[in-house]
Design a protein around this ligand. Structure first.
Ligand code: PHE
Length: 348
């Protein structure tokens, strides 16, 4: 076959193969098989030198023409295939904005956390500090410093988880009273604090008992603090928690660390005081314990009880929540049943 015929054959074959190539890889293969170092067109062009000189310009320009043609067709095909590939990709990755979104389930504050924060806000608004103490406490702070010496009969009131002879899980938040008074600088002003936190008692869990629960302690110490200050403060608290129409009453009670001591009742928020099942027909519901800080407690922190006096209160957060929301079993707060917890979900 003459070189001219070879060239013309290659031109047709290349054109056919380019048209048949289905993707970029195949195009590249075609390119190499014609224009690569060992490609058939490259090889054919090497035969130019064997032509008689007068034929060279004619065949030479035909060869160039064919090479340019094949190169051009390869480029067109490549561009076409690249476009096709991009379109396929766009097609497959398309986002259907009409599809419904996936719902993100948001967490929410536990109902006890909500009440604790509500109370913290209330007392912060009245100038109190929020101070936390350790849950693993010294026997000294939990009892002695609360005017409960060893062998004091009132220690029986609280069943204690002991860790060692001298350390325990605190049975109440009252030890934070002593810890705070120890470091407060009374020359700079009154002490007003609340202390929320977990406490522990060796109770068997039932509808009204839990071996772990939460308290909020309150303590105010200054010159001339009296039971009247306590009553006014708790009145504000009761109205905030249970409604503006609520009243409180104080009943005599006993705590070793307060004298006098009181139990505080709130007028029944269900019947308004008439008597119903919630208040057991009394019109009143007990909500917390309180009193005037015992002079011994002040003195043990180095506070002069002839100059200073104070009031303290301690409330159970679960009890407040149970009353406020009509929850009949304290264990609900700790079982993490979504059906229970979701009732208290609030948007923030
Ligand atoms: N610490 C007491 C209790 O756990 C509550 C209390 C606190 C009473 C402060 C009086 C004053 O029952």
């Amino acid at each position: 076959m003459s070189l001219e015929d070879t060239l013309r054959t290659l031109r047709e074959e290349a054109s056919r193969e380019i048209t048949a190539a289905a993707n970029l890889e195949e195009i590249e293969k075609v390119r190499l098989s014609y224009l690569g170092k060992k490609g058939s067109l490259t090889k054919a062009l090497k035969g130019m030198k064997d032509l008689p000189p007068e034929e060279r310009p004619v065949i030479g320009s035909l060869a160039n023409e064919i090479r340019d043609e094949i190169t051009g067709k390869l480029e067109d095909a490549r561009a076409q295939l690249e476009l096709q590939k991009m379109n396929e990709q766009l097609e497959s990755e398309v986002i259907d904005v009409t599809l419904p979104g996936r719902k993100v389930r948001k967490g929410a504050s536990h109902v006890l956390t909500q009440i604790r924060e509500e109370l913290e806000d209330l007392f912060i608004g009245m100038g109190y500090q929020v101070i936390e103490g350790p849950e693993m406490e010294e026997d000294n702070y939990n009892f002695e410093r609360m005017n409960l010496p060893k062998n004091h009969p009132a220690r029986d009131m609280q069943d204690t988880f002991y860790i060692t002879e001298d350390t325990l899980l605190r049975t109440h938040t009252s030890p934070v009273q002593a810890r705070t008074m120890d470091v407060h600088d009374f020359s700079k002003g009154p002490l007003k604090m609340i202390s929320p936190g977990k406490v522990y008692r060796r109770d068997d869990d039932d509808a009204t008992h839990s071996h772990q629960f939460q308290q909020i302690e309150g303590l105010v110490v200054d010159k001339n603090i009296t039971m009247a200050d306590l009553k006014g403060t708790l009145q504000i608290f009761a109205k905030k928690m249970f409604g503006e129409d609520r009243e409180i009453r104080l009943r005599p009670s006993f705590f070793p660390f307060t004298e006098p001591s009181v139990e505080v009742d709130v007028s029944c928020f269900k019947c308004g005081g008439q008597g119903c099942n919630v208040c057991k027909q009394t019109g009143w519901i007990e909500i917390l314990g309180a009193g005037v800080v015992h002079p011994n407690v002040l003195e043990m922190s180095g506070v002069d009880s002839d100059v200073y006096s104070g009031f303290a209160f301690g409330l159970g957060l679960e009890r407040i929540a149970m009353l406020k929301y009509g929850v009949d079993d304290i264990r609900h707060f700790y079982q993490n049943d979504q059906r229970f917890l979701e009732q208290f979900k609030v948007r923030r």
